[in-house]
Design a protein around this ligand. Structure first.
Ligand code: URP
Ligand code: ZN
Ligand code: ZN
Ligand code: ZN
Length: 556
C-alpha cells in the first residue's frame, strides 16, 4: 500500500514569496488588534508594529479593512456521484470559487462507490483532487455501510492518512441502524476521531414518501413534507443518545431546523459532547422557495435535511450560532442601551449589537447560544438539467445546493452586518472552530506567527450582488441570487500567495495540497489541555503546529 505521490509544489517566484500587510484590523476569534503582518514562504513570520523586513517586499495597505484567517469550509461535495448525477463543481472549480469568496481551505466528504473499500475510496479521492485543488484540503470519510473491514480500515485512515472524521447516515438507502451507529461511534472514540452524522429518520421518511406519492404529491414541495423538522430532531436526539453511550464526541452535520438546533442545545445541557454545524443555505435562504411554480427554481433549492418553510428559521439559526457568554452580557447591556457598531473596523473591542426583540423565545435562543459552532456550505451542485431527473418525482431530484463561494459573504451579511455577531465570532464560526475540531489549529484558522499564511483582507464597506451569472462556480443556479452582501474579500492570500488581488482572481490549479488531520484533537478530546495550548499571536505557535507538520513529513 502506498500513499499517492505528491507532485513538487509549484515554485513561488521570489518576488511573490515576501509580503507585508499593513494597518489592518487583525481579527482572531479572541479579539481584534491593529497590527502589521509579515509573510515569507507561505508562513506568517512576524506580527506587530514597525517590523523590520527585507527590501523588495510587496506591501499591501489594509487600512480600514479587516484581516481575517482564511475561511475553512468543513463541508463540500466536489465531483460527487450521487442520486444518478455527478455534482458539477469539481476540485478545480470548487476550490477556485471557494478562494474567490474568501475560503482558503475545504474539507470534502470522500464517499465510497458501491463495493469500494474506504481505503481505495481515499486513494481515489486523492487522485481526483491533488492535481486540481487551488487551495489546501482535507477529507472526511463517509461510511455508507458497517463491517469489520470498515472498522479495520478506519484505523489505517486515521493512523496513516490523516483522516480524523467519519460521516454516518441515518437516512438514504445506505443508512446505518442504531447498533451499527453504536459500533461506528465506538470505533471513532477508540481512534480519537470525530463521528459525524447526517441526522434524519430514514425509515419514517420512506413511509411518508410512499403516502405522498400515492396521494399525487410529486413536486418539489413534497420534499419537506416527507421530512419535517421533528424527523430531523428525532435523529439528532438518537445520535446524541448513542454517542453518549460510548463517550464519543459527535458532530451533527447540516443542522437545518429550529427543532434540530434545540435538540442539540438540550443534549449539550445534559453534558453530551456534541457540536453542531449549520449551513449557509439555512441562514441565507428558506424552504418557501421549494414550493415555487417554476420547477427549476424550486428544485434548485432542494437539499437534505430540507430548507425549512418556517420563515423564522434563518434568524433562529443565526442566534444559535452566537456566542454564549457575550450574548448573555448583551441581554443585560441592552436594558441600559448599547453603543458600538460591529461593522466599524476601527472598533477594537466591539460589543456585538443584538436584535431588539425581547420575546422569551428570543432570549432563550440567545442564552442557549454557542449551540452551533460552525457554518459549512454542503456545496453539492447540480445543474438544472440534472435536477430534472426529479421532474415527475421529488424523491429523484438530486439533493444539493451551492454555497462554497458565497458562505463568507452571506454569513457576514446575515451575522455581522445584521448586528447579530461580531467579527471575532464570524472568524470562529467560519474558520477557527473547524480548525480546532479537525485538529488543524493553530496552523489554520488563526493569524499568528508560525501559522500558514491563509489570509483574507476583507472590506466591510464594499458590497457585491450574488448571481449565477457572475459567480465562479460551475453550476448554472445560485440559491442566493440577487442578494446584496456587504463585505467583500479584496485580497485572498493562500499559503502566502496573493490569489485574489484587488478583487481579481488568479487561481492556480494544483497549488493546494492535502492536509493531514491528526487524531485526538485536543479541543475535542482534551478540552482542559486546550487552555495551555492557547497560541501566542506574536510567539511561534510551535507546539500546536509541529504536530501536523511532523505527520506531513511521513507523506511527502
Ligand atoms: O442534500 C444534501 N445535503 N446533499 C449532499 C449530501 C449530504 O447528505 O450531505
Ligand atoms: Zn496523509
Ligand atoms: Zn448529509
Ligand atoms: Zn453534505
Amino acid at each position: 500500500m502506498s500513499t499517492p505521490v505528491k507532485k513538487v509544489p509549484i515554485h513561488l517566484q521570489s518576488s511573490q514569496n515576501r509580503l507585508l500587510i499593513r494597518h489592518g484590523q487583525v481579527v482572531n476569534e479572541d479579539g481584534i488588534t491593529e497590527e502589521d503582518i509579515y509573510i515569507e514562504d507561505g508562513i506568517i513570520k512576524q506580527i506587530g508594529r514597525n517590523l523590520i523586513i527585507p527590501g523588495g517586499t510587496r506591501t499591501i495597505d489594509a487600512r480600514g479593512k479587516y484581516i481575517l484567517p482564511g475561511g475553512i469550509d468543513p463541508h463540500t461535495h466536489f465531483e460527487f456521484e450521487f442520486m444518478g448525477a455527478k455534482s458539477v463543481d469539481d476540485f478545480y472549480q470548487g476550490t477556485k470559487a471557494a478562494i474567490a469568496g474568501g475560503t482558503t481551505m475545504i474539507i470534502d466528504f470522500a464517499f465510497p462507490k458501491p463495493g469500494e473499500s474506504i481505503l481505495d475510496c481515499y486513494y481515489n479521492y486523492r487522485q481526483k483532487a491533488d492535481d486540481k485543488v487551488c487551495c489546501d484540503y482535507s477529507l472526511h470519510m463517509c461510511l455508507p455501510q458497517w463491517s469489520e473491514q470498515v472498522k479495520k480500515e478506519m484505523e489505517i485512515l486515521c493512523k496513516e492518512h490523516g483522516v480524523n472524521s467519519f460521516k454516518m447516515f441515518m437516512a438514504y438507502s445506505f443508512m446505518l441502524n442504531d447498533a451499527e451507529l453504536y459500533s461506528a461511534f465506538e470505533q471513532c472514540q477508540k481512534l480519537g476521531a470525530v463521528a459525524q452524522v447526517h441526522a434524519e429518520n430514514g425509515s419514517i421518511i420512506a413511509k411518508n414518501v410512499e403516502k405522498l406519492l400515492a396521494n399525487g404529491v410529486t413536486g418539489p414541495e413534497g420534499h419537506e413534507l416527507s421530512r419535517p423538522e421533528d424527523i430531523e430532531a428525532e435523529a439528532v436526539n438518537r445520535a446524541c443518545v448513542i454517542a453518549k453511550q460510548v463517550d464519543c464526541p459527535l458532530y451533527i452535520v447540516h443542522v437545518m431546523s429550529k427543532q434540530a438546533a434545540e435538540t442539540v442545545c438540550q443534549a449539550r445541557a445534559r453534558g453530551t459532547q456534541v457540536y453542531g454545524e449549520t449551513l449557509v443555505a439555512a441562514i441565507g435562504s428558506d424552504g418557501t422557495h421549494c414550493s415555487h411554480a417554476n420547477f427549476h427554481y424550486s428544485a434548485g433549492h432542494i437539499l437534505s435535511p430540507p430548507l425549512r418553510s418556517d420563515r423564522n428559521t434563518p434568524l433562529a439559526i443565526m442566534n444559535f450560532l452566537a456566542h454564549g457568554q457575550r450574548v448573555f452580557g448583551e441581554v443585560e447591556a441592552s436594558s441600559i442601551g448599547m453603543s458600538g457598531d460591529p461593522r466599524d473596523p476601527k472598533l477594537v473591542t466591539s460589543p456585538p449589537l443584538r436584535s431588539n426583540s425581547d420575546t422569551s423565545t428570543q432570549l432563550l435562543q440567545l442564552l442557549s447560544s454557542d449551540v452551533l459552532q460552525l457554518v459549512g456550505s454542503d456545496n453539492c451542485t447540480f445543474n438544472k438539467s440534472q435536477k430534472e431527473l426529479g421532474k415527475d418525482n421529488f424523491t429523484k431530484i438530486p439533493n444539493g445546493v451551492n454555497g462554497v463561494e458565497d458562505r463568507m459573504s452571506v454569513v457576514w451579511e446575515k451575522g455581522v452586518h445584521a448586528g447579530l455577531i461580531d467579527p471575532s465570532r464570524f472568524v470562529a464560526i467560519t474558520s477557527t472552530n473547524a480548525a480546532k475540531l479537525f485538529n488543524l489549529y493553530p496552523r489554520k484558522g488563526y493569524i499568528g506567527v508560525g501559522s500558514d499564511a491563509d489570509i483574507v483582507i476583507w472590506n466591510p464597506s464594499a458590497t457585491r450582488t450574488i448571481s449565477a451569472k457572475t459567480h465562479h462556480q460551475a453550476v448554472d443556479f445560485n440559491i442566493f441570487e440577487g442578494m446584496v452582501c456587504h463585505g467583500v474579500p479584496e485580497y485572498v492570500i493562500v499559503n502566502g500567495r496573493v490569489i485574489v488581488d484587488e478583487g481579481n482572481l488568479k487561481a492556480v490549479q494544483g497549488y493546494g495540497k492535502y492536509i493531514d488531520c491528526p487524531v485526538f484533537p485536543p479541543y475535542v478530546y482534551d478540552p482542559e489541555k486546550v487552555t495551555e495550548l492557547k497560541p501566542e499571536k506574536n510567539g511561534t505557535n510551535d507546539e500546536g503546529i509541529q504536530n501536523i507538520r511532523e505527520l506531513e513529513k511521513l507523506h511527502f
